[in-house]
Design a protein around this ligand. Structure first.
Ligand code: ACO
Length: 181
């Protein structure tokens, strides 16, 4: 078989079905169709896709991984207290990662790490952006190892943050600080 050749591109409307399918397959939480519409149509959600250009049979552009995120005022987030504000303008922002996933057969090759790097690169290019943050369910060890390895800081444990089939689960809140925050 050919060596995988992973590349990154924006998510577009032709990714809709595959994006929804992967979310269904790998997350315990259901997302609204409005969310997927927003992602593929480039609404206020930022997104990056990973594809394997070496895949045969017309699959060379099919999603094998993705990250979705949004950017907003740091003052309106739950970690507003952790941010350094330079002025009274209140224009500082934070990027929030909504979902991150890699299909099972492509895991443990560093693809998630590269997807996060894309988000950090974007956030670092925004002068008023102070960091990237996310929630992860407390028992998701592969994801937690990934964030720690990438120098995210675990700043909070939120009790009962997720409710799945009526059961409550804690989450950790991880932050990657940038631009001197
Ligand atoms: N050879 C061998 N091992 C490697 C290589 C390589 N070339 N490259 C990376 N690795 C190892 C890493 O060291 C890491 O090892 P560890 O888990 O033992 O610490 C492991 O592979 C995973 O790192 P990545 O390859 O960067 O991550 P991956 O692409 O496998 O994706 C992810 C990780 C996204 C958590 C994946 O497991 C997944 O999709 N899980 C289901 C969905 C999920 O949990 N998403 C995150 C939820 S939180 C949120 O969405 C905000």
């Amino acid at each position: 078989s050919t060596r995988p050749s992973i590349s990154f591109r924006p998510i577009n409307p032709s990714d809709l079905e595959r994006l929804e399918q992967i979310h269904r397959d790998i997350f315990p939480i259901r997302y609204e169709s409005e969310f997927f519409q927003n992602v593929v149509n480039g609404g206020d959600i930022l997104s990056w896709a990973a594809v394997d250009r070496s895949r045969p049979d017309g699959l060379s552009d099919e999603l094998i991984g993705f990250v979705t995120a949004k950017i907003g005022p740091a003052k309106e987030t739950e970690i507003s207290d952790l941010i350094r504000y330079n002025s009274c303008k209140g224009e500082e922002t934070l990027v929030y990662i909504l979902t991150l996933g890699v299909v099972e057969s492509y895991r443990k090759r560093g693809i998630a790490k590269l997807l996060i790097k894309e988000v950090i690169k974007y956030a670092s290019s925004v002068p008023v952006c102070r960091g990237v943050y996310l929630h992860v369910i407390a028992h998701n060890n592969p994801a937690i190892r990934l964030y720690k390895r990438m120098s995210f800081r675990c700043v909070r444990r939120l009790h009962g943050f997720y409710i799945i089939n009526g059961q409550h689960f804690d989450s950790f809140l991880f932050v990657y600080f940038i631009n001197g925050s």
